[in-house]
Design a protein. Structure first.
Length: 347
């Protein structure tokens, strides 16, 4: 049962954990705005900084509770293999245990040991998967929730469409289902729920906020780029991820002629001083839905309005909506007609 989560959220939305973008400011803003605040716990390599991050969240939560304000849970992203690390990994887990971190979000590897550890302090584990066999393995490992990363996601995207992936995994699993990939508005959140999932996860949308720790150029580029500017490549660091074309050109590389990889799991030689993720920017297809860098509260307020409208529309009269299509704006048949089929196929 997830009654505690249901009562602590304003919206069924999660901010994805993201390298560079997961600042403490972003995490706090998401908790206060009432959406699950995922943050990247692996990028913090100083244990005092990790402890300070957790303590600040715990203090902010008790302050909010005292004041009767909403404070959604945070979810720290840890690699599943962290349980085997006797040094920094052990210290991080001991701190999470001490502060009884409610949600751990794992990726990469077998989550079985981590699940046992998190359950030991009463927390819950959500594991990130991109395929049905991965989902089956994670379910067998005892996770409480799954994050289904679908096609169009920022970062290391999945390749499956949520229209098939979500209902398939729902038929195998009664736990929490989080879905990510290309979602940036309330209609996407409603669609996620209609498919059988519980929470919509957004990464790209939350990078373009005042509070995110991403470079300003990254935020601006997300607001300015279109969907066609996103392309997948493994050339950057060996594993395929989605990148913004303009950020690749800006460092002197050609997105249409990327340098060859140096080995099976290694990216291409980068120009001097260029670090993928920090100087070459990743984002998902939802850039096409984002046109400004805004405060988290504004983003969440807008999502709440859009979600309410989309939820009502989804339960409304589809026949009437279909019948009226084209009479309330948009391109008419006459405008579309001159475009040839070849043009439309982009050839
Ligand atoms: C710049 C960037 C960095 C990311 N870093 C991580 C990460 O460190 N760990 C992780 O599990 N996912 C990471 N992701 C993926 C997100 O967790 C999430 O799956 C994705 O952003 C959802 O798709 P969307 O961007 O279309 O909303 C990253 C995504 C982006 C765009």
């Amino acid at each position: 049962m997830w009654t505690d989560l249901a009562s602590s959220l304003r919206l069924p939305v999660m901010c994805a954990p993201m390298t560079f973008a997961s600042s403490l400011e972003l995490t706090l803003a998401c908790c206060r705005a009432g959406v699950v605040a995922g943050w990247q716990g692996m990028q913090i390599t100083d244990i005092d900084e990790f402890a300070a991050y957790l303590r600040t969240l715990a203090d902010a939560e008790s302050e909010a509770r005292h004041a009767g304000q909403l404070f959604a849970p945070h979810a720290v992203n840890l690699a599943a293999g962290l349980v085997k690390d006797p040094d920094l990994g052990a210290q991080k887990l001991a701190l999470c245990e001490q502060l009884r971190v409610p949600l751990v979000f794992s990726s990469l590897g077998d989550p079985a040991e981590l699940a046992k550890r998190v359950h030991g302090w009463g927390g819950r584990l959500i594991h990130d998967v991109v395929s049905v066999p991965h989902a089956a393995k994670a379910i067998a490992a005892g996770v409480d929730g799954l994050m289904l990363t679908c096609a169009g996601a920022g970062g290391h995207s999945g390749t499956l469409t949520p229209f098939a992936f979500v209902p398939k995994v729902r038929s195998m699993f009664d736990g929490l289902l989080v879905v990510g990939g290309g979602i940036a508005d309330g209609a996407g959140v409603a669609a996620t729920l209609a498919l059988g999932a519980d929470i919509a996860c957004m990464g790209t949308r939350f990078i373009a906020t005042h509070e995110s720790g991403a470079p300003e150029g990254h935020k601006r580029m997300i607001a300015e780029a279109g969907m066609d500017d996103i392309f997948p490549s493994a050339a950057m660091n060996g594993v395929s991820a989605n990148w913004i074309r303009q950020s690749v050109t800006a460092v002197g590389l050609d997105p249409d002629d990327m340098l060859p990889q140096r080995g099976p799991r290694r990216g291409a030689q980068m120009p001097d001083g260029v670090v993928p993720w920090l100087h070459i920017f990743s984002a998902g297809h939802s850039v096409g839905l984002i046109d400004e860098v805004a405060p988290v509260q504004t983003v969440v307020d807008r999502l709440a309005e859009e979600f309410a409208a989309a939820w009502i529309a989804a339960g409304g009269d589809w026949r009437q909506r279909l019948a009226q299509r084209g009479r309330v704006g948009g391109l008419t048949a006459e405008v579309v007609a001159p475009v040839s089929v070849t043009d439309m196929m982009g050839r």
